[in-house]
Ligand binder design. Structure first.
Ligand code: DX5
Ligand code: ZN
Length: 219
């Protein structure tokens, strides 16, 4: 795996033309697909269930990064793993930021053979989760309010990225640092400079030349 990974978010796929875009993604420099699961409760939008994930998994060999924006990740993480998720991230807020429940779910995800990590919304601090970092393969920082693509990047979220980078070094850990929301031709550099190594990009990738846009972020 490259040191920098681009994870195109299929939330912004053109659903009238899925196969052609998946073919382009397969040939592109993207190594992951970012799969946003929304339940209409945790966020005010609805997206994909496990059957859709199974279809993507069958059609596309990329590593599948499932971002659960659901009220009940303890129920849904195992279901999405059974249907093809390689990595599952869940929101700490959905578990009332309860460290015991967070640790238990990370352990369960690992027990099912997948990678796992936590996500925080813009208004949630990351420092309270220091004790579970050792069980995270990845930490996802939201740089927009979760729910919709095409929003403006919140640059102040990069402070969380810098903190995660410092802690990773101080604690000799190896989690990836992913950012999600508002990545474009300007903000991707800010994110990389702050210490992100995994960039989710939705509208920026799918509203432009898919392969060239992905490549541009890796130059
Ligand atoms: C938003 C989702 C994102 C979304 C990002 O809640 O988690 O993954 O697709 O879209 P852009 O890159 O357009 O901000
Ligand atoms: Zn996402």
């Amino acid at each position: 795996m490259n040191s920098i990974v681009i994870a195109p978010s299929i939330l912004s796929l053109d659903y009238s033309n899925v196969s052609a875009q998946l073919e382009i993604l397969k040939e592109s420099k993207a190594e992951w697909l970012h799969f946003d699961v929304m339940d209409g409760h945790f966020v005010p939008n609805l997206t994909f269930g496990p059957d859709i994930l199974r279809g993507f998994k069958k059609a596309c060999p990329l590593f599948i990064d499932v971002h659960l924006m659901v009220e009940d990740p303890e129920t849904y993480a195992p279901i999405f793993i059974k249907n093809g998720a390689d990595l599952v991230t869940f929101h700490t807020e959905a578990l009332n930021d309860d460290l015991t429940r967070i640790q238990k779910l990370l352990d369960e995800i690992h027990g099912l053979g997948a990678k796992g990590g936590i996500v925080v919304k813009p208004n949630t601090a990351i420092e309270p989760f220091e004790s579970v970092l050792q069980s995270c393969d990845l930490v996802l920082i939201m740089s927009v309010e979760p729910g919709f693509g095409g929003q403006k990047f919140k640059a102040d979220m990069l402070k969380k990225v810098e903190w995660l980078k410092e802690k990773r070094e101080a604690l000799s850990l190896s989690y990836r640092i992913e950012i999600d929301g508002g990545i474009n031709q300007d903000t991707f550099r800010l994110a990389l400079n702050a210490g992100c190594d995994t960039l989710v990009a939705g509208s920026y990738v799918f509203k432009n030349d898919i392969a060239k846009t992905i490549e541009g972020m890796l130059e």
